[in-house]
Ligand binder design. Structure first.
Ligand SMILES: [Zn+2]
Length: 213
């Protein structure tokens, strides 16, 4: 196995300090693994300067012994194989499935980190950028809140652990309705207090209508 020097291809700092497509473009520009300082200057990104500056401190953190230890733990737990494609012979990265504001790379729980080969890591980061790009598109008819509602609805529908989904906006209601394939009015009926949706109500509704959950 080969362990790459750098693991995270997208700095949370670029996500936090940049905004919109400029941030995305600069994030892509800095996405060259172990040699961040050799990034070509992205002429198409107005947020590039700030992103480069922020990325530097993040890449410095990736050389911190605490991250080196943490990433080795994740690779060992995965048996030194890519957790997506199962490859054992490629260079490995430890992928952050999400970023939290102010957290250091080593602060994340096991469930937030996965051992991936370089190719799968690249692919997952590009998917994340695609998602952010779509959400940033002013032409996009689906709001971020709607997508959040949809994702929480899907988790509740399939995980079996969520009994309630907190709702603060009608857009979230629309997303939850889409996840359960019901009308938004049904989601409203599943709310006893106006801001929490009873998951089992929606599951029962789907059982009644579709004959399955
Ligand atoms: Zn892989």
């Amino acid at each position: 196995m080969h362990a790459a020097d750098e693991d995270a291809k997208v700095s949370p700092a670029t996500v936090e300090t940049g905004s919109g497509l400029g941030s995305l473009a600069s994030t892509v520009a800095g996405d060259n693994g172990s040699k961040p300082s050799s990034s070509p200057t992205p002429s198409h990104s107005f947020g590039a300067h700030m992103a480069r500056k922020s990325s530097k401190s993040y890449f410095e953190k990736l050389r911190d012994p605490r991250w080196q230890r943490r990433r080795l733990e994740v690779m060992q737990a995965a048996g030194f194989e890519c957790e997506f494609c199962g490859d054992k012979d490629k260079t490995f990265n430890v992928h952050h499935k999400y970023y939290e504001r102010g957290a250091d790379p080593w602060d994340y729980p096991d469930a937030a980190l996965e051992c991936l080969c370089e190719q799968c890591h690249e692919s997952k980061e590009l998917q994340r950028l695609d998602l952010l790009k779509e959400l940033s598109d002013p032409e996009c008819a689906v709001s971020t809140l709607c997508v959040l509602g949809y994702l929480r609805g899907m988790r509740a529908r399939y995980s079996g652990h969520d009994l309630w989904i907190a709702v603060s906006d009608e857009e979230e209601v629309a997303g939850i309705a889409a996840a359960f394939h019901v009308f938004p009015s049904a989601v409203h009926r599943a709310m006893s207090d106006g801001n929490h949706v009873e998951v089992n109500y929606l599951k029962r509704l789907r059982l009644d209508v579709m004959g399955k959950v």
